[in-house]
Design a protein around this ligand. Structure first.
Ligand code: PEP
Ligand code: MN
Length: 341
């Protein structure tokens, strides 16, 4: 429910509405607008609660109208937050007009491998360095990541190259540890509905990069974001990384680029596209990265490995350093505002 105040409503009138909401055990969200204030109630209301509130608030001086929200998510929705959210990490802005590039290998494999990748990322003008230390693998026999050793490499290589870092955290009890080493917490596609993890990531106050589950409808994706926002953490970045495909003959997933304008319409959160997991095939990554810019994404996350053939995970979708640099040139030629801080 959103209560819209009249233009020129007094602070006292706004407070009366907020007090009436609080008196019913609910938390009001006061949203100052350009010419009028709106007061949202993020909680889902029962019918009786709605009728009661409408009756009480409707007669308060200064109230213009009471509207129902059209989505199950509230804090993630544009109805509750009209302007685009910009998440700023160490001077790098995600959302709000620039086109951010996150690059790096699927997994941190060694200091040398990661440092080589980081130097290429840096020289390309990209600003965020990715690399997995804890890997969610389909098989328990596949490389699982270097764990804390990988986090240490991430931190030192990030610092040495002046890059913001991002890595995946797979469980709620690891949020503290991972948060000590990296700037942005990535929640993987397989964990999108790991609610205890979402809550811990929300509590950490660190920026959270949330990947869409392979079979998640948009509403469920935004409700997952809502879990993080609901902990008082407004630094949430959404990532479209491909959904279950009709068949896997040609691509690993189907990159749902239509999700970008849909998410931008209904949510204020920044939207990043991952064409690497979205296609699973290196040669399709650059065209889809360019398409992501054209459809209005706020940036991309792309896997690049100094030597994809030797990669311990996701080698077939990793760009070579040369391919990564030419993707960056093609994006710049298209007019993508890739800005270094
Ligand atoms: C990754 O970024 O390496 C990863 C495992 O991604 P996703 O969760 O999208 O599969
Ligand atoms: Mn990967």
């Amino acid at each position: 429910m959103i209560i819209v105040m009249r233009v020129g409503a007094t602070q006292e009138q706004i407070d009366s509405v907020a007090d009436a909401i609080r008196a019913r055990g609910l938390e009001p969200l006061v949203m100052p607008g350009q010419d009028r204030v709106a007061i949202g109630i993020p909680a889902s209301l029962g019918n009786d609660q709605r009728t009661d509130l409408t009756a009480v608030v409707g007669v308060i001086e200064g109230v213009s109208k009471i509207t129902e929200t059209s989505h199950p998510y509230k804090l993630a929705s544009r109805e509750f937050h009209r302007d685009d959210t910009c998440v700023e990490v160490k001077g790098v802005r995600i959302g709000g007009g620039s086109f951010v590039v996150m690059g790096g290998p699927c997994s941190v494999e060694s200091y040398d491998q990661f440092s080589t990748a980081a130097k290429i990322v840096k020289s390309s003008g990209a600003t965020i360095l990715r690399g997995g230390a804890f890997k969610p693998r389909t098989s328990p026999y596949s490389f699982q990541g270097l764990a804390e050793e990988g986090l240490k490499i991430l931190k030192s290589v990030g610092d040495e190259n002046g890059l913001v870092t991002i890595t995946e955290v797979m469980s709620g009890d690891m949020v503290g540890l991972v948060g000590e080493y990296v700037d942005i917490l990535q929640i993987g596609a397989r964990s999108m509905q790991n609610f205890p993890l979402l809550i811990e990531a929300g509590k950490s106050g660190k920026p959270v990069f949330l990947k869409r589950g392979p079979s998640a409808p948009i509403d469920e994706f935004l409700l997952a974001a809502e879990y993080v926002l609901n902990q008082g953490n407004s630094q949430v970045i959404l990532c479209e990384r491909g959904i279950i495909p009709l068949d896997r003959t040609y691509t690993r997933n189907t990159l749902d680029l239509a999700a970008v304008p849909v998410l931008k319409e209904h949510s204020h959160l920044p939207v990043i596209v991952d064409p690497s997991h979205g296609t699973g095939v290196a040669k399709y990554v650059t065209p889809m990265a360019k398409a992501a810019f054209v459809v209005g994404a706020d940036g991309i996350m792309v896997e690049m490995h100094p030597n994809p053939k030797s990669a311990l995970s996701d080698g077939s979708q990793a760009l070579t350093p040369e391919q990564f640099l030419s993707m960056m040139s093609e994006l710049k030629a298209l007019g993508a505002p890739i800005a270094s801080p």
